[in-house]
Structure formats: C-alpha cells, structure tokens
Design a protein around this ligand. Structure first.
Ligand SMILES: C[S@@+](CC[C@H](N)C(=O)[O-])C[C@H]1O[C@@H](n2cnc3c(N)ncnc32)[C@H](O)[C@@H]1O
Ligand code: SF4
Ligand code: SF4
Length: 406
C-alpha cells in the first residue's frame, strides 16, 4: 500500500511504467503526468533519494560516469591517461545500449569523460542520444579540439560543459598539463561563451580546477579569470588525487595550502556561483565523509562497470573485493543487484578526495542540506548568471573593480 502511494505520487517511478487506458481524458492526464515525471530531473533525483531511504537492499544510482575513450592528446603530469592506446573501446551502438541500461537503473545525470572525450567522433551523437533518453548530460574536456562549428551541437547535446583550466599563468599551465595551451584554451572559451550567448543556450559552462601545489596561490586569480575575464557560469575545484599518475604526488598541496585554499573558496561561496558544496569544501583534505560510491555508476573505457569506483580500480592492493563486469556481455540491470555487496563494503571508504568523479554532496542523505546548499547555494545562482549572460547583462556582483583582466 505504501509502495502504491509512493508510485502514484511519483516517488517511485519505473521507466517501463505502463499508462492505464481507461477513458481518453484520464489517459491524456496520465500521459501528461508520466511525461512530466520523465522530464523532471529534480523529481527523479528526489524519487531516487526517497526510494533509497525506503528500500535499502538495491540502490537507485542518480549519477553515471563513463570514460568514452582513454585516448588523450594532452600530457598532464598528474594523469597518465595520455599513455593509453585506446584499444577495445565500445562502438557507438554498444555505448548506446549501456546508456539505455543506465536510464533503466534510474540514473539522471551522465558525465562523458576520458581521456579527451572530443577525440571520439561520435561524442555529440552519444550525448544527444543520452539526452533523448531523458538524461542530463555533462562533458569534461581540455577544450583543445574545439571548433567554432561545434557551438550549436554543444547547445543541443550538453546541459553542463566542464572545461579544465588549472592556471591563469601559461608557464604554470604548461608545467602542470605538459602542453603550452593556456592562451588557445582561453580563446576557445571566449568563442564558446559568445556562441552560447548568441543562441541563448542554457548550457552551464564550468571552469574545472584541479588543485595542486603549483596553482595553490592562484585561487583569487582563478575566480577572477573564470568569472570576470572568461565570463563562464560556474567553477568547480577538485583536489589532486596523488595516485592519479606515476608522478602525480609531486604535485600534492601541503596541509597549509589546502587550508588556505579552503578558506578562500568558502569566503567567496556567497559571491560567486561556486559549484562545490560547502560539505565538500569543509572536508577538503580531511577525508571526513561517507562515500556511498553506488550513487555514481562508473564505467571504464572498455565498457566495464567498475565497482566501487574508478579511483580504486588502479589500486589492486586495496581493491581486493572490487568488481569489473563487462557491460558488452552483461546487462547492467542483471548484474546491479549482485554488486550491491561490493558497494556496501566501500560505503565508508575514505581513500580519495572524491573530486573529479563524485562530489561529496552527491552522497549525502541530508535533504535539507541538498536543498539549501546545492539548490539555493549553487544551482539557482548559476541559473541566474546564465539568464543574465543570455540577456546581455552580467551581474555587477561578479565584476571586481580591481580586476583588469589580461
Ligand atoms: C581525467 S580528465 C578527463 C577529461 C579531459 N581530458 C580533461 O582533462 O578535462 C577529468 C578531470 O579530472 C582531473 N584530473 C585528472 N587527474 C587528476 C588527479 N590525479 N587528481 C584530481 N583530478 C584529476 C582533470 O584535471 C579533469 O578536470
Ligand atoms: S587530465 Fe584530461 S587532458 Fe590531462 S592527461 Fe588526463 S585525460 Fe588527458
Ligand atoms: S572514497 Fe574514493 S576511493 Fe573510496 S570508494 Fe569512494 S570514490 Fe572510491
């Protein structure tokens, strides 16, 4: 009975839920209701949240993260992806089938990552397909392969567009990322922002900053560059994972640097639409969170479900109970129940900074926090900024009189 009322109120919703056919008017209303439930990402997130609270055994994940290629054209020092050969990757149809399975599982937001996602020629096709299946789509890119003719496709295919820019200074960018691309990337960002504004597209464009000891003293400059100079919509800080590459740990910030960074970002949280939650920022460097890795289904470049998570898959010594399941041979919905035990074993894992794959706000059950911090603290201010951008009036709040640009 309780489940029935949840179903009727929409908190439990199945994508294969049949609409009854008892009278044209009722059917039309029911269809409208079904469509609204399908389209409303917020409602689906809420439904997952409540379903996970009520039925503990098999979880409904809200996020998906796929590495659509491991190939990369950059040479970053903290990431070894560029050393890969890109072998045995799923083709377009195989990825589409995996996307269908993610939808069936309840995923609402899907991140396309890599390697460099723009190396895949079917990136737009896959993202548009995911959108057509009701997912919100996000891509993370180094932006080196951007072409002006992509603007319309970006507007059609992505809800969130994350651009990695680690520094305001060319020499530091080059030192961290191994290539001298800062000016070229900034030029591309200007083109994207101008193009999206012309189209009045509501794509959230986010500057993604990986915090290292090299850019630790640049937080103010990065905020000004992202918002005032480049006119981007939001910013996301992500603390270095020292095990992300063979020499990544050389870039580990000190505790003093992390504490200073944390303070600067928290101080600016009410002024800028910073996408990190206060929960993530307060635990930065302290590993003080409950991870719940099942919230984000993570799939590697060969189409394998990695449970509990991609960061651990590179560490076999501390990943003894981990699971790797080939999703070209198995349906995700068939294997999902079987991997719940793995996820629960790692529920309290504190081995990474979360960061680029999973934000700690994603794993909280505190609905009040989600509404106050994520909705009112980040999503609404970012939407306000996008609306101002599209109407040709950037808010004066974000214009620093001291900043002259470069
Ligand atoms: C793996 S990259 C893939 C997408 C794309 N190639 C890019 O660089 O944006 C996704 C994000 O992870 C970040 N990243 C890579 N290695 C990392 C590490 N060791 N620790 C923390 N973040 C890292 C990158 O800076 C980027 O923002
Ligand atoms: S961080 Fe991105 S651009 Fe840099 S090597 Fe890794 S995948 Fe490539
Ligand atoms: S804390 Fe990090 S390494 Fe541990 S399960 Fe969560 S995402 Fe994986």
């Amino acid at each position: 009975m309780f489940e029935f009322s949840l179903r009727v109120t929409g908190f439990i919703y199945q994508d294969d839920m049949n609409c009854p056919n008892t009278g044209a008017e009722f059917t039309a209303l029911w269809r409208l209701y079904c469509d609204t439930m399908k389209k409303s990402a917020g409602m689906r997130v809420l439904k997952n949240h409540i379903s996970n609270r009520v039925f503990d055994s098999v979880k409904r994940p809200t996020y998906g993260y796929i590495i659509i290629t491991s190939l990369c054209n950059s040479r970053c020092k903290y990431c070894d992806m560029w050393k890969n050969k890109g072998e045995n990757e799923p083709n377009t149809e195989e990825w589409k089938r995996i996307i269908d399975e993610l939808v069936n599982l309840g995923v609402v937001l899907l991140t396309f990552s890599g390697g460099e996602p723009f190396i895949r020629e079917d990136l737009f096709e896959l993202a548009s397909y995911a959108k057509s299946q009701g997912l919100l789509t996000l891509v993370v890119t180094n932006l080196s392969l951007f072409k002006e003719r992509y603007i319309e496709k970006i507007a059609e295919s992505f809800d969130f567009f994350g651009i990695s820019i680690d520094s305001t200074r060319s020499e530091i960018y080059k030192e961290i990322r191994g290539v001298d691309w800062l000016e070229r990337i900034k030029e591309n960002v200007h083109k994207i922002m101008a193009g999206l504004t012309e189209l009045k597209a509501d794509v959230h464009v986010c500057g993604m900053i990986t915090i290292t000891n090299r850019n630790a003293n640049e937080i103010h400059d990065l905020l000004h560059m992202i918002f005032d100079n480049l006119g981007m919509d939001t910013i996301s800080f992500n603390l270095l994972d020292p095990s992300g590459g063979a020499i990544a740990k050389e870039f580990t910030p000190t505790y003093e640097q992390i504490n200073d960074i944390k303070q600067v970002i928290l101080d600016h949280k009410s002024l800028y639409p910073i996408s990190n939650s206060t929960r993530y920022l307060s635990q930065l460097g302290n590993f003080d969170y409950r991870c719940n890795p099942w919230k984000c289904v993570q799939i590697n470049e060969e189409g394998f479900l990695i449970a509990p998570c991609l960061p651990l898959s590179a560490k076999p010594g501390i990943f003894p109970d981990g699971g790797r399941i080939d999703l070209r041979k198995n349906k995700l919905s068939d294997v999902w129940g079987g991997v719940q035990k793995i996820y629960s074993n790692y529920a309290n894992c504190k081995l990474c900074n979360l960061g680029c794959v999973a934000e700690s706000a994603w794993s909280t059950y505190d609905l009040k926090f989600i509404i106050n911090d994520s909705l009112f603290g980040t999503i609404l201010p970012t939407m306000k900024r996008i609306s101002e951008r599209n109407n040709g009036k950037a808010s004066s709040l974000y214009k620093s009189p001291l900043y002259t640009g470069d």
